[in-house]
Design a protein around this ligand. Structure first.
Ligand code: ACM
Ligand code: ZN
Length: 510
C-alpha cells in the first residue's frame, strides 16, 4: 500500500532519502525531548499518536543513550524549513523557527506506518522547506454561512497539508458577517436575509433564525478563530469588500451609497450596481472605523479589501462622485476607483499593515504598496509582478473550487459554466514565464478560492474543497521539479484515508 519512495507524504518534501536499516518503533516508552520552540509541534505530535493509542512522554532532557525523538533548535533553516533524521534509536528533528518544527511534526505524523508489533517511522532523512510563503484557501462565508466548528475543521486540515493562509471572505452583497461594535446594525440586520438564495431549497440549509437565513461571527468568535489558526501556523487574512460587492451594508446604512437608497438585499449571485459612494467623506469615515476594529482583531500583515467587480454606473451619475473626480484631478471612474483604494491603503499603511486586493485594483493605477491577487487568469499577476508588486496567483482556470470537478451527472451543485478537475489544479504553475526573471520573486504564492453560492451544507463544502486542495498544497509547497501527477495520485490514495480519519468528506478521484 505504502509508496516506498515517499511514504504517502503530501505535500511531497523537498528532499527525502531512504536510509538502510530499521525504522524507529514508537511505543509507550518513547521519550520526546522538546526545546522551547518546538512546544506546539510536540503537543500536536503527541496528540496525533495518542489517537492511535500511544502515549509518549514529553521531557526537557533525555539521557544520551535513551531511545527518543529529539526536537532540537538548529541554525540555518528558513522560517518554515526543517529536517528529520530517523534511525532505529533516535529521531532528530531540527528547525530554526517554531513553524519549521510544526511542519516537521506534520511530516512525522504522516510517516507513521503500521509495523509488525506497533507503529514504525521508516528510516528516512528529510530536508524540507516550502516553495512559497503564501499557501492559501479563501472561504466565502457570505453567500452561505459556516459555523465555527466547520471553520476549525477546515483550518485543521489545511495545517495538516502545510497550508498557512486562511482568507476569510466576510462581507458581500448578500451579507455582512463580522460584528463591528461601532455599527451594530451590520450584523443585527445585514447578516440576515429572507431566504438562503441561489436556488437552494429553504429549510434544507442550516442557519435559519426567526425565518431568516444567515449568521455572523462576534468579535470574540473571530479572535477565537485567529488564535485557533495561529496555534496551527495559519494566518487569518480577513476580507472587507470595497467599493463593490457591498449591497448588504448599504441596505442598513443607505447614506453610504450614491443614490441614498432604499436598497434591497441580494440573494442571488452576480455583480450589482450599488456600491459605496466615492464622493462622500462619510464612506471613508465608516470604512476607517470598520478597518480599525478589523485591525484590532486580526494581527495579519495583510488585509484584503476586495476591489473586484465594481460597476461604475452609479459613480457616473452621482454629483458627489463627479465632484471628487474634478477635485482630485482624476481622468475617469477607473481612476476614481484607484483613488478610493489608495485612501484605504494609506490608512492600512499608517497602521503598518499591507493592502491586498483582487486584480481589478490595477485598473486606473495600482496603489503604491499594494499586493495583487490575480484571479482573472494570470495577466494581473504578471503585470503587477513586472511593476515590482508582490502577487498571489489564484487564476480561475486552476484555483476555483466552486467549479464542478467531473463530468458525471451525479456531481453536486456547482457554479454554472466552470470545470476544474483535480489534474488541472495540480497543473497550476504560479510563476508564469511572462514575468521577467528578476521580478519572479514577487510571486509570493498561490491560493484556492471557495465561493459558496451553490454550497449548501458542510459535507458539500468539504466535497468541493477536497481533494483539490491537496493538489494546490503540493503546488505551493513542493519544488516544481519534483512534481509528478502519477506519483501524486498514489500518495493521494493514502491521504484519502487520512481525510476519512479526520471525518472530512472528499471526492474520490476517478
Ligand atoms: C472574484 O472571483 N470575483 C474575485
Ligand atoms: Zn457617489
Amino acid at each position: 500500500m505504502t509508496d516506498i519512495k515517499t511514504f504517502g507524504l503530501l505535500p511531497k518534501p523537498k528532499s527525502l532519502r531512504r536510509k538502510p536499516g530499521a525504522g524507529f518503533e514508537l511505543s509507550a516508552d518513547t521519550n520526546v525531548m522538546s526545546c522551547a520552540l518546538a512546544k506546539t509541534a510536540v503537543k500536536l505530535f503527541a496528540a496525533n499518536v495518542l489517537q492511535i493509542g500511544i502515549k509518549v512522554e514529553i521531557k526537557k532532557v533525555v539521557g544520551k543513550t535513551a531511545k527518543a525523538i529529539v526536537f532540537a533548535r538548529a541554525v540555518g533553516f528558513n522560517d518554515e524549513g526543517y529536517s528529520i533524521d530517523v534511525s532505529s534509536r533516535k529521531i532528530l528533528v531540527q528547525a530554526t523557527k517554531a513553524a519549521g518544527f510544526f511542519y516537521a511534526a506534520q511530516t512525522l505524523t504522516q510517516l507513521l506506518q503500521p509495523g509488525a508489533c506497533g507503529v514504525i517511522i521508516p528510516p528516512v532523512s528529510i530536508k524540507d522547506q516550502p516553495r512559497f510563503i503564501w499557501r492559501g484557501l479563501m472561504l466565502d462565508c457570505c453567500r452561505h454561512f459556516f459555523a465555527m466548528a466547520e471553520l476549525k475543521k477546515i483550518i485543521d486540515t489545511m495545517a495538516s497539508l502545510k497550508l498557512n493562509v486562511f482568507h476569510w471572505h466576510l462581507t458581500e452583497d448578500q451579507a455582512w458577517r463580522l460584528e463591528i461594535k461601532k455599527y451594530p446594525e451590520l450584523t443585527a440586520k445585514a447578516a440576515w436575509r429572507d431566504n438562503s438564495g441561489f436556488g437552494m431549497a429553504d429549510g434544507v440549509t442550516p442557519h435559519y433564525q426567526d425565518g431568516k437565513y444567515g449568521g455572523f461571527y462576534t468579535q470574540a468568535d473571530a479572535r477565537e478563530i485567529v488564535s485557533y489558526a495561529a496555534e496551527r501556523f495559519v494566518t487569518i487574512v480577513p476580507e472587507i469588500e470595497l467599493p463593490g460587492h457591498s449591497t448588504a451594508p448599504l441596505c442598513v446604512y443607505n447614506e453610504l451609497g450614491c443614490t441614498g437608497g432604499p436598497y434591497e438585499f441580494e440573494s442571488m449571485g452576480g455583480v450589482f450596481r450599488e456600491v459605496y459612494c466615492a464622493g462622500n467623506d462619510k464612506v471613508f469615515e465608516f470604512l476607517r472605523d470598520v478597518l480599525d476594529e478589523v485591525l484590532a482583531i486580526f494581527p495579519s500583515q495583510y488585509i484584503h479589501i476586495g476591489g473586484d467587480e465594481c460597476p461604475k454606473d452609479r459613480w457616473r451619475e452621482c454629483p458627489k462622485c463627479q465632484n471628487r473626480i474634478a477635485a482630485e484631478g482624476l481622468k475617469d471612474e477607473d481612476e476614481l476607483q484607484s483613488w478610493f483604494v489608495r485612501q484605504i491603503e494609506q490608512h492600512l499603511n499608517k497602521h503598518n499593515r499591507n493592502l491586498i486586493g483582487w486584480d481589478e485594483i490595477l485598473e486606473g493605477g495600482l496603489a503604491p504598496n499594494a499586493t495583487v491577487m490575480s484571479w482573472r487568469g494570470n495577466a494581473g499577476g504578471i503585470a503587477a509582478a513586472n511593476m515590482g508588486h508582490d502577487v498571489v496567483m489564484t487564476p480561475t482556470t486552476n484555483c476555483y473550487l466552486d467549479y464542478v470537478q467531473g463530468r458525471n451527472a451525479t456531481e453536486p451543485k456547482a457554479i454554472p459554466g466552470g470545470f476544474l478537475p483535480l489534474e488541472k489544479v495540480y497543473e497550476l504553475e504560479p510563476v508564469p514565464r511572462q514575468i521577467k526573471p528578476a521580478q519572479r520573486k514577487h510571486v509570493i504564492g498561490g491560493q484556492a478560492n471557495m465561493w459558496t453560492e451553490y454550497v449548501q451544507t458542510d459535507d458539500h463544502l468539504e466535497y468541493m474543497i477536497f481533494p483539490r486542495l491537496c493538489a494546490l498544497a503540493e503546488v505551493v509547497w513542493s519544488p516544481k521539479t519534483g512534481r509528478n501527477w502519477e506519483d501524486f495520485r498514489k500518495r493521494l490514495a493514502i491521504e484519502g484515508k487520512r481525510l476519512r480519519t479526520r471525518g472530512v468528506n472528499y471526492r474520490s478521484p476517478d
